[in-house]
Design a protein around this ligand. Structure first.
Ligand code: 5AD
Ligand code: SF4
Length: 472
């Protein structure tokens, strides 16, 4: 896949142009007496969720209302994920089924966007085999969604926009947020790390940071609107600012964000272990607004595998960072990602991962079976380990972690947590959900009016996955 090197900022007048098109489209719908509805479906990570909030923002400006039903929708927009094959297969399955929905609603417009569509072979597959799809655009074309959709609406033809690019930054796209308590704020886009298994650098372009003043303004606005939990997003937030030529790094940005008045908590993800260090840990320890949680994906506990993954750190260096962090914040909640079955991973190398898990004792893990991604270096490696063996390793890892998670959760019993009540559940036994400062899930009962408030919650019992408590 070709990779460009120069990232660009989208000029404000270009976004203005997109917004003018939105108004135009909305006026056409209004003149025809139409009230179109859109169904937006999002796969994958929080960055995709954040992107979908901007796509919804554009749709709202175009006069669309929203529905959760594919049957009712005049427009279906699926924001796809490419990280593992399973995610791509699911999207293709669902898109295939939309043939029937569209047969019942011939005017329905079906759009696919996001990481999977940024890959040439996937876009080609949609063009050739999923002929009911009207619009396909990759991550780099997101800011031009109104222009692309306008072309579909006016010219009644299929539109594909999947050119590769180093990526751009577009400020000023309207946002429709999905939650009133928790919000996502992208601080940077793209990735320069090229871990050998990962497709992200190929589909999201090079690292590019938003300007600090734009991030500060967005967070200040969210704080003013009453958001209580703000997650800063980037593939590797620790390299924030490197491309800007300013002296500000991610720790410095955090420091400035913490100075914004308001009663909110800041989280961030993801931190790459090679770039997370003492300065970040000290800032986390010093700033009361930063949640005591770090997601620090280790991927493997074997030095040989880490090197083959191109991760840029050793097991010992990783463990040193964890020790330095815990010296400053002893009760930090630590989570991680692990890939099981990287090509050529031996039984002994997998044992190294298990021993690292036991040594660190993470609060929770996100575990993945290695999935070959076309175009990445790891996909070209020999992979002699049978699937069943990988599956068995995966299960052992999950069992070890479950035991650790259950033990860590049990230690909360009897404590009182300053918990953010973050939602209403469908469960009559525990109608509310809440989060500890470190982000662990609490189930409890109470008045739904408490959503958005921080309340003392006494933890009464715990399971592998969650805590159970009651309001003090
Ligand atoms: N196969 C399996 N897991 C992967 N991840 C990224 N690429 C792959 C892949 N090809 C996992 C990593 C990363 C997380 C977001 O997804 O653990 O940290
Ligand atoms: Fe993928 Fe590695 Fe970049 Fe994370 S740091 S997005 S795993 S290449």
């Amino acid at each position: 896949m070709p990779l460009n090197t120069a990232a660009t900022r989208v000029a404000p007048w270009e976004i203005e142009g997109q917004l003018a098109l939105c108004r135009d489209i909305a006026a056409r719908f209004a003149a025809a007496g139409l009230h179109p509805r859109a169904f937006v479906d999002t796969y994958g990570c929080q960055q995709n969720e954040a992107d979908s909030e901007r796509l919804r923002g554009y749709l709202r400006e175009m006069g669309y209302g929203f529905t959760r039903s594919e049957e009712e929708a005049d427009l279906i927009l699926i924001n796809t994920c490419a990280i593992r094959q399973h995610a791509e297969q699911r999207v293709l399955g669902n898109v295939g089924a939309l043939v029937h929905t569209k047969r019942r609603h011939p005017g329905q417009i079906i759009c696919l966007c996001g990481c999977s569509m940024q890959q040439e072979h996937m876009a080609r597959r949609i063009r050739d085999s999923y002929r009911h799809v009207d619009l396909v655009f990759g991550t780099h074309a997101l800011w031009r969604f109104p222009a692309l959709l306008d072309q579909v609406l006016r010219e009644k033809k299929r539109v594909f926009s999947t050119q590769d690019s180093a990526g751009s930054i577009a400020e000023g796209i309207p946002v429709v947020r999905q939650d009133g308590v928790k919000a996502w704020v992208s601080v940077m886009y793209g990735c320069n790390n090229f871990c050998s298994y990962c497709i992200v650098p190929y589909v999201r372009g090079r690292e590019r940071s938003r300007l600090p003043e734009d991030i500060l303004a967005e967070v200040a606005q969210l704080a003013e609107q009453g958001y209580k939990d703000i997650t800063l997003l980037g593939q590797n937030v620790n390299s924030y600012g490197r491309d800007l030529g300013l002296s500000l790094d991610f720790a410095g940005l955090l420091e400035q964000l913490c100075a914004i008045p308001g009663d909110f908590r800041l989280r961030f993800m993801t931190s790459h272990p090679k770039d997370a260090g003492q300065r970040l840990f000290e800032t986390m320890a010093r700033c009361g607004k930063i949640a005591p949680h770090l997601h620090l994906p280790v991927q493997s506990g074997s030095d040989r595998v880490l090197s083959a993954m191109n991760r840029g750190y050793t097991r010992a260096a990783y463990l040193e960072k964890v020790a330095a962090l815990r010296a400053l914040i002893p009760d930090i909640v630590l989570t991680s990602d692990i890939i099981v079955g990287f090509p050529g991973e031996t039984g002994a190398e997998f044992e190294d991962t298990l021993s690292l898990i036991r040594e660190v004792e993470y609060d929770a893990l996100f575990t993945f079976l290695y999935s070959p991604r076309s175009g990445t270096p790891a996909a070209r490696l020999d992979d002699p380990v049978p699937k069943e063996e990988k599956q068995a390793r995966f299960q052992r890892l999950v069992d070890v972690q479950n035991e650790i998670s259950a033990r860590k959760h049990a230690a909360y019993v009897g404590s009182v947590q300053q918990a953010l009540i973050d939602g209403v559940t469908g469960d009559p036994a525990h109608n509310l959900s809440a989060r500890t400062p470190g982000g662990r899930l609490i189930h409890l009962s109470g008045d739904p009016a408490l959503v958005g408030r921080v309340c003392p919650v006494r933890i009464e019992s715990a399971s592998t996955w969650a805590l159970f408590g009651s309001l003090e």
